[in-house]
Design a protein around this ligand. Structure first.
Ligand SMILES: Cc1cc2nc3c(=O)[nH]c(=O)nc-3n(C[C@H](O)[C@H](O)[C@H](O)COP(=O)(O)OP(=O)(O)OC[C@H]3O[C@@H](n4cnc5c(N)ncnc54)[C@H](O)[C@@H]3O)c2cc1C
Ligand code: FES
Length: 262
């Protein structure tokens, strides 16, 4: 499963966001929407710890796999300095994937920050073209809108500071979409972004009875189910009503009805 991948491109996407392209034909062949790669970043002092990144795009013909990432700490800072030709070790594709829509369903993707990277392949694979609702603190954190437009998705934006799109929370755009659905399309929701946003989204849609899948990204260590560093609470038939699930191999994608919101 690990594959050594040469960097073919590593460039600024926007502000602190970068795009890196690896040559990993085997991983590309097997990738499903919402899966991730666990990357051992070359030239990083703590060489043992890998960093997980959603697979933003793959080209099965050329063997090119794209990751969109934000610099947030040491690992991503070093990743941004790696030059074309550098080789990294990638594990993947890992994790449970999103289920693309069926013919009679209308996809609504709700994303925050790099959530647009994690849902891009899903948008490409949905038979019916739907809507991306993309939210962030400000315009600086909105990325990849053009990629969704290329996939024939309508894009609606929200920012907390009102720098672009609707001023407020992305979940308010969800209310808008539901209210506009006067011809009763079968809406199917997908969410990826910060945990508070996903919890609010999942709870809201559960109460309204909609189908929804959530990608619950979490701090990860081994990436393959061995260390329990990455757990979240899911519903269970026991005294507590919940159990811990590992987001790396039982997720990151969960049906919102299985998530424990208590
Ligand atoms: C399944 C999965 C998919 C991901 N996909 C992407 C992606 O497509 N693009 C992207 O930019 N990032 C993605 N991330 C987050 C990415 O893994 C972290 O940003 C990265 O590991 C940080 O490494 P670092 O060494 O730069 O920062 P660290 O020094 O390790 O951490 C810096 C800061 O980032 C926070 N952080 C680290 N990991 C996460 C996380 N998983 N979620 C929220 N905050 C975190 C830490 O708490 C800390 O505050 C994903 C995470 C997971 C679990
Ligand atoms: S990261 Fe080790 S079990 Fe999930």
């Amino acid at each position: 499963m690990p594959e050594v991948g040469e960097i073919l491109k590593n460039e600024v996407l926007k502000g602190d966001y970068y795009k890196v392209v690896f040559y990993v034909p085997e991983i590309c062949k097997n990738t499903k929407p919402g899966q991730f790669v666990h990357v051992k970043i070359a030239n990083l002092r703590d060489r043992i710890l890998r960093r997980p990144f959603s697979i933003c795009d793959v080209d099965v013909e050329t063997g090119e796999l794209t990751v969109a990432y934000k610099i947030v700490g040491e690992g991503t800072k070093v990743l941004a300095t790696l030059e074309v030709g550098t080789v990294c070790d990638l594990m993947g594709p890992l994790g449970v994937s999103f289920t693309p829509t069926k013919d009679d369903e209308f996809p609504v993707i709700v994303a925050g920050g790099y959530g647009s990277a994690a849902t891009h392949i899903l948008a490409k694979q949905c038979v019916t073209k739907g809507v991306l609702l993309l939210g962030a603190r400000s315009e600086d954190d909105l990325i990849l809108m053009d990629k969704f437009e290329e996939a024939n998705f309508e894009v609606r934006l929200s920012t907390n500071d009102g720098s672009v799109g609707h001023q407020g929370l992305v979940t308010e755009l969800v209310e808008q979409i539901i209210a506009e659905n006067t011809d009763n399309k079968k809406l199917r929701f997908y969410g990826c972004g910060p945990t508070p946003m996903l919890m609010a989204l999942g709870k809201m849609l559960e109460d309204k009875g909609y189908e929804c899948e959530l990608s619950l990204d979490h701090l990860m260590c081994c990436g393959v189910g061995a260390c329990f560093a990455c757990v979240v609470k899911v519903k269970a038939n026991n005294e507590d009503g919940w159990r811990y699930a590992r987001t790396c191999n039982e997720g990151p994608v969960f049906n919102s009805k299985d998530v424990y919101y208590g």
